[in-house]
Write a protein that binds this ligand. Structure first.
Ligand SMILES: C[S@@+](CC[C@H](N)C(=O)[O-])C[C@H]1O[C@@H](n2cnc3c(N)ncnc32)[C@H](O)[C@@H]1O
Length: 284
């Protein structure tokens, strides 16, 4: 594992993984081994905020987290079952149980979880403790590193180039300004072209200025920024703009999913107003 320079060291963001990790557990999507004291405390600290958001906006933070989590799971399942994807690389996996759950359901998969070195070490220890299966591994990756051992290119180079491959990110892309994350997406698209088929699945919080709860979104934006000591910018004003952006970054087919499409079909909570998150499935 190479060490990050200060310009590419975004480990301040890792605290958020404790919170989301606790949310997956709280809603029955995870196992006790994945939760941390910090996650428990963050959940308790944010419970008044969640109660306020439920009252004024008809949905709380958990609602949008669970929506994105279920729809990403669904997209990844489709890629495995319908497109024949055999290798999954989940970047910024944090304390998410997705790899653990997918390996239980699809034991034949190669599933690599990647995160910044500190979080990757923590996840490795956690998986070793709960029982790691073959084909399930963890490694360090910093999406901002353009080259070297921890780069996306090195991560993809460690895979079998003969197998259809998908990259997954959740809760990552809005921590970066658009130019920075677009350069990451461009490098992902480039790297995925080395496989017989390459896919990318991510969530994205767009800048829907006419959303009825926009002021609460701006509030949530400040909250996340406060906890992670940085910015949390929203990207693209519409689904069409998202699609066009991903195509410019090197992806061919780009689908933009609104979680509301899956109400009544997947196990996900419904918001009383329009949804705030989008799930992108793009291929090269
Ligand atoms: C909100 S958490 C999401 C964790 C997990 N995907 C989930 O949904 O529970 C954000 C994650 O991004 C990781 N991260 C932050 N900066 C990163 C970077 N430059 N490269 C890779 N991962 C990064 C953090 O360590 C953290 O695990």
């Amino acid at each position: 594992m190479t060490s990050s320079t200060s310009a590419t060291d975004t480990s301040r963001i890792s605290i958020s993984a404790h919170y989301t990790g606790y949310i997956w557990y709280k809603h029955g999507l995870s196992a006790p081994g994945f939760i941390t004291g910090m996650g428990r405390v963050a959940n308790a600290a944010l419970s008044p905020v969640n109660a306020f958001l439920r009252l004024v906006a008809g949905a709380d933070i958990d609602t949008f987290l669970l929506q994105r989590h279920s729809v990403i799971d669904h997209q990844v399942e489709r890629l495995i079952e319908e497109e024949g994807v055999e290798q999954i690389v989940e970047i910024a996996a944090g304390l998410s149980p997705r790899g653990y759950r997918f390996k239980q359901k699809y034991p034949q998969l190669t599933y690599i979880e990647a995160d910044l070195p500190g979080m990757a070490s923590r996840k490795q220890a956690l998986l070793a403790e709960i029982g790691q299966t073959s084909g399930h591994s963890v490694r360090a990756c910093n999406i901002l590193q353009q080259e070297g051992d921890d780069s996306i290119a090195a991560l993809l180079a460690s895979l079998d180039p003969a197998k259809k491959t998908a990259i997954v990110t959740e809760g990552l892309v809005n921590y970066f300004d658009l130019a920075t994350i677009r350069s990451v997406w461009t490098r992902m698209a480039e790297g995925l072209k080395g496989f017989p088929a390459g896919f990318y699945v991510t969530d994205l919080y767009p800048d829907f200025a006419d959303h009825p709860s926009y002021r609460y979104v701006k509030f949530a934006q400040k909250l996340v920024g406060f906890f992670t000591r940085g910015q949390w910018p929203l990207h693209y004003p519409s689904d069409a703009a998202i699609k066009e952006g991903f195509q410019q970054d090197g992806f061919n087919e780009v689908r933009v999913h609104d979680p509301a499409e899956f109400y009544g079909k997947l196990n996900l909570p419904q918001a009383k107003t329009q949804t705030l998150v989008r799930i992108i499935r793009a291929s090269v």
